[in-house]
Design a protein around this ligand. Sequence first.
Ligand SMILES: [Zn+2]
Length: 267
Amino acid sequence: MTPLQTFYKSLLIGTVISALLAACATSPLGRKQLILMPESQMQQMGATSYQQIKQSRTLSNNARDQRYVRCVASAITDAMGGGNWEVNLFADDTANAFALPGGKIGVHTGLLDVAQTPDQLAAVLGHEVGHVIAHHSNERMSIQFATQTGGQLLQALSGEPSPEKQLLFAALGIGAQVGVQLPFSRKHESESDLIGLELMAKAGFDPRASVTLWQNMAKQGGEKPPEFLSTHPSNETRIQELSQNMNKALPLYRKAKQSGETPNCQR
Ligand SMILES: [Zn+2]
C-alpha cells in the first residue's frame, strides 16, 4: 500500500468511527446502543413486511378472538403512551406472535393455547412490543451495517432486492421471505422481558403471569414445541430474572388496579 493509500484508508476508518460514535443511543433500560438506521426507515420496513405477511396469511375469522387479542394489545400499547397500532389475529396453529416497528402486531391463533389467560397474553405482547420500543431491530441492522464496507452499505439501502437487503429484513426478526425468523440475542431478550414486565403491570395485568407463561411454554416444549420457543428459549435464567424483578412490577400492578386500570378482555 502506498503512503497515500494508507492515508485514505485511515481517513475512511476515522470517518466511519466518528459516524458510529455519533450514532450511539441509549435503550429504555440505559444500555448504550449503536443506532444507524433512521427510525422512519425502520417503520417503513416494518409496515412493508407486515403487508407481505397479511397478503400471505389468513386472518382468523373468529370475531370474538380478534376482539380479545386487540383488547389485550391496546391495553399494553396504551400503557406505553398509545400511538396507532394495527393488531391482527392470524389463523395459524403455531404458537407465535410478533411486533414490528411502524406499530404492527401479529398473533397466531395457536398462541392462545399456550398463553391461556389475558395476563399471559399480555406478557407475550409486552415482551414483543419491548423489542420495538428498545429499537432492537435497528440495533441489529446497525451492527450488520457497521461490519460492511461503505460501498456495500449504500448498495444495500437502495435499488433492487439483494442478499444484503434480505439480511436487513431478516434483522427485523421476520425476514423478507415470510417465515425466516432470527432469534434476538440474550441481551435483547432479557431487556424485552423487563420492559414487558413493566408494561403489563402498568396496564393492570398481573405480572406474575409472565412466569406462568414461560412455564407453560416449557411444558409444551416436548414433541411439538411452540414456534415462539425457537426464537425465545424458555430457560431458567429468563424465569429467574422475571421473578427477581417482581418486587418492582407488583407495586405498579397494584397502583394500576387502585386507579381503576383493569382491562376487561374476555375471550
Ligand atoms: Zn424476544
